[in-house]
Design a binder for this molecule. Structure first.
Ligand code: URA
Length: 287
């Protein structure tokens, strides 16, 4: 591709900053290397299968004059946050089961992150389990597999849960767990989700908890903690302190804990995480 050739030439330039180029790619959601050399998929060698340049889209039909509200479609994106949040609230309230809610999330076009993600990542584990863990947002591996916490931090999360006798796998003799996220589409380059993205996903997160009716809710990191408790301080101060999360079906004990990705970077904090996990275990065994 022309810009890649320009980049190869530029690498001879002493002022060339490869880290800045990589940062530019990461900021734009490009974080996967598919091969050693750049590929121009429009200029493939003779005889090799070719991608066709897409035909320009036909001009849209003029919208018919309608008396009622026009249906909202993906073509209208980005949907204003208030409108998208109201739509999410209606869809969440209309979902009577977790699979129905997952389907509603998958079909929802109000979150701008959807355009850059492969799929919605909703939950993994056993719906309705006594332990519900809420993470932040899917990363690259989760976006590929369609399940939360399947990468390195997912492995650590599984070990943390197993250490207190819980598991997202059915039938392994441990207490059932279910895992979901505050955000259902991967933010590009794994950046932090914006306030608007969190607000738009929040009705689904709330409904997920309401339908799950867990005995204990673990909130990993700032995003799920501050999404549910607007007054929560940063995770270093909020972790380990029980909060009551109110749902239409009653109050759920919620415990903010360090995010496993943070623990991978700061293993010395595992001691505090272990303390929090023991708290969660005691609450699960309570009554
Ligand atoms: N981190 C999260 O918070 N959620 C995931 O699903 C994966 C990593």
């Amino acid at each position: 591709m022309a810009h890649m050739d320009a980049m190869a030439d530029a690498s001879d330039d002493p002022g060339f900053d490869p880290e800045a180029v990589l940062r530019f790619y990461a900021d734009n959601g490009i974080d996967t290397v598919e091969g050693e050399a750049p590929s121009d998929f429009f200029g493939w060698p003779e005889g090799a299968p070719r991608l066709k340049r897409p035909e320009p889209a036909p001009a849209p039909e003029p919208a018919p004059k309608a008396s009622g509200p026009r249906p909202v479609t993906a073509a209208d994106a980005p949907m204003p946050t208030a409108e998208a949040t109201a739509l999410a609230e209606r869809l969440a309230a209309g979902s009577a089961t977790i699979p129905e809610l997952a389907e509603a999330i998958g079909g929802f076009d109000g979150c701008a992150l959807k355009a850059g993600a492969r799929q919605a990542v909703v939950y993994d584990g056993i719906p309705g389990a006594p332990l519900l863990v809420m993470g932040e947002a899917p990363g690259r591996d989760e976006d590929r597999e369609g399940k939360p916490f399947v990468g390195r931090s997912g492995l650590l999360l599984d070990r943390m849960l197993e250490s207190i006798g819980c598991s997202r796998r059915e039938g392994d003799g441990l207490t059932d767990a279910c895992i979901s996220n505050a955000i259902f589409w991967r933010p590009p380059g794994n950046r932090n989700p914006t306030k608007a993205e969190i607000a738009v996903c929040l009705p689904f997160m709330r409904r997920f908890i309401e339908l799950s009716r867990p005995k204990v809710l673990l909130l990993t990191g700032n995003v799920p903690t501050q999404a549910l408790f607007a007054d929560a301080k940063g995770i270093t101060r909020s972790r380990g302190v029980w909060r009551d999360y109110e749902t239409s079906g009653g109050s759920v004990p919620a415990l903010p804990i360090f995010h496993p990705a943070f623990l991978l970077r700061q293993p010395a904090r595992k001691r505090l995480a272990w303390r929090d996990l023991l708290e969660a275990r005691a609450k699960l065994l309570d009554g």
